[in-house]
Design a protein around this ligand. Structure first.
Ligand code: BES
Ligand code: MN
Ligand code: MN
Length: 459
């Protein structure tokens, strides 16, 4: 019988090709046009879980896209790891900015280019292959349950219902998720927190129809101008968010905590250069690293209205729209913040426009402990495969399921991400290193080993 490492080495080409096949399925959850592809992807994931040696494998329908579940229980007395991931991906547009088609994966210079390569197919599939390697070599040291959903990128609307209805089936000791990034390939790190989210859309209406901007312009409020004024009033001169009560629940970090986080290497100049910006902008009193992780934000994600076609059209539009998101930190509550925004935005609307605020989805921030058996197991596993102890860091993105697992199942999560911030997730030319993919596959079994040995059924 080969060792787990030998098994992985022998099958590594197949592991890569299987991922490429999965990346060919355009499982875009946001666009109804791809509903059939999302369903097809769920079936493909199911098939792969079966082949990896998981049991009770099932495509579970929801009101939206299905959830794929499988498990391998070797001994009910042993601890259980619940792996979560998502097989849905973000829309690929703008398509013309991709150097190769988003759903025709290519491997160039050791990097896999495709939508979903890093977020999250390439990362959740590492677990499928790691489980396969452990099962096929008779080395699975504890129980494993795998849940891969298809609605993460659109707010996981139906996951809460599924988790509540399947508490017994999902019973575990710890949750393991690979859907985040490390500092660098030679600087491993483990995320110990994520931000929450409140996402909404606003509509500003001026006159009841588009008007000639010469005949009426100057005397009737232009809703686009008004929307811009309203949006710019949402930050003060220190780039703090000017919504009354917005910071009330924010848990400030102690000086010691900030100092510890500041120890993670961060090259601001290189960071700026990578983004082609000559200066940074953010909340006064906080560093760039802090601004994108431990502080809340408010951003416009899209803004539109009026004439945006070819050439010029002199029009004073009737309506203006924007999509906005706020990233939240402990202990801000998404629902509370959404209401604060709505009340404030309606209140500041001048009499010459009407404003409608439509909340979309949200999610809560999460912090994960570093003093648990699971964290120690994850840290030790990474230390072995990277030759360096991983640095605990806070992440800026959101994975709302992490707070949900804690609330509904009482479980803590290990954010065992192997991506990089530079993977272009949600952007054109998303990519994932073959190095990262293989490193994940070899590191995950070590986590299982150490966790099973350390946990004795307790996280
Ligand atoms: N994998 C990301 C979240 C992420 C990325 C966390 C990088 C940390 C570092 C996830 O797929 C995602 O995109 N989440 C959404 C939230 C969701 C509610 C749509 C996000 O963060 O915008
Ligand atoms: Mn993701
Ligand atoms: Mn994502």
């Amino acid at each position: 019988m080969p060792t787990v490492d030998q098994y992985i080495e022998t099958h590594k080409d197949r592991f890569l090709n299987e991922l490429l096949d999965l990346l060919r399925i355009p499982s875009v959850s946001a666009d109804p046009k791809y509903k059939g592809d999302v369903a097809r992807c769920a079936e493909a994931v199911k098939q792969r879980l079966v082949e990896a040696g998981l049991e009770q494998v099932e495509v579970c329908p929801t009101k939206g896209h299905p959830i794929v579940y499988g498990e391998k229980i070797i001994d009910p007395q042993k601890p259980t790891v619940l792996v979560y991931g998502h097989y849905d991906v973000q829309p690929a547009d703008p398509l013309d900015l991709w150097t190769s088609p988003p759903f025709e994966p290519v491997v160039k210079d050791g990097v896999i280019y495709a939508r979903g390569s890093a977020d999250d197919k390439g990362q959740f599939y590492m677990h499928v292959k790691a489980v396969e390697a452990m099962v096929k070599t008779g080395q699975l040291p504890c129980n494993v349950k795998v849940m891969i959903e298809g609605e993460e990128e659109v707010g996981s609307d139906n996951l809460g219902t599924f988790v509540k209805a399947n508490k017994e089936r999902l019973k575990a000791d710890v949750v393991l998720i690979s859907d985040t990034a490390m500092i660098a390939n030679d600087v491993p790190s483990i995320n110990t927190g994520l931000r929450g989210l409140s996402y909404l859309e606003v509509e500003v209406t001026g006159p009841d129809r588009d008007l000639h901007s010469g005949v009426y312009g100057g005397a009737v409020a232009n809703p686009i101008n008004v929307l811009c004024d309203m949006i710019s009033s949402l930050h003060d001169k220190d780039r703090r968010i000017a919504i009354p009560g917005f910071y009330d629940a924010v848990k400030e970090l102690s000086a010691a905590e900030r100092k510890a986080l500041a120890e993670a290497p961060f090259d601001e100049q290189a960071w700026m250069k990578d983004l082609s910006v000559d200066a940074v902008l953010g909340e006064k009193g906080y560093t760039t690293a802090e601004r994108c992780t431990i502080r809340p934000t408010l951003d416009v994600n899209g803004i539109w209205g009026g004439y945006i076609g070819e050439g010029a059209k002199t029009v004073l539009p009737s309506k203006a729209f924007a999509k906005l998101s706020m990233r939240l930190v402990p202990d801000q509550k998404s629902e509370v913040i959404t209401k604060l925004f709505k009340d404030h935005f309606e209140k500041i609307a001048p009499p010459y426009v009407k404003v409608v605020v439509r909340p979309h989805h949200g999610g809560e921030a999460a912090v994960t402990p570093t003093d648990s058996a699971a964290y120690r197991a994850a840290s030790k596993a990474m230390e072995e495969t990277f030759g360096k102890k991983p640095i605990p860091t806070r992440g800026g993105g959101s994975i709302p399921i992490v707070a949900l697992f804690e609330q509904e199942l009482g479980l803590k999560t290990i954010l065992f991400g192997f991506g990089l911030d530079s993977d272009n997730i949600h952007s054109p030319n998303e990519h994932y290193g073959v190095f990262n993919y293989m490193k994940g596959i070899t590191t995950i079994p070590r986590f299982f080993q150490h966790y099973a040995a350390m946990a004795n059924g307790k996280a």
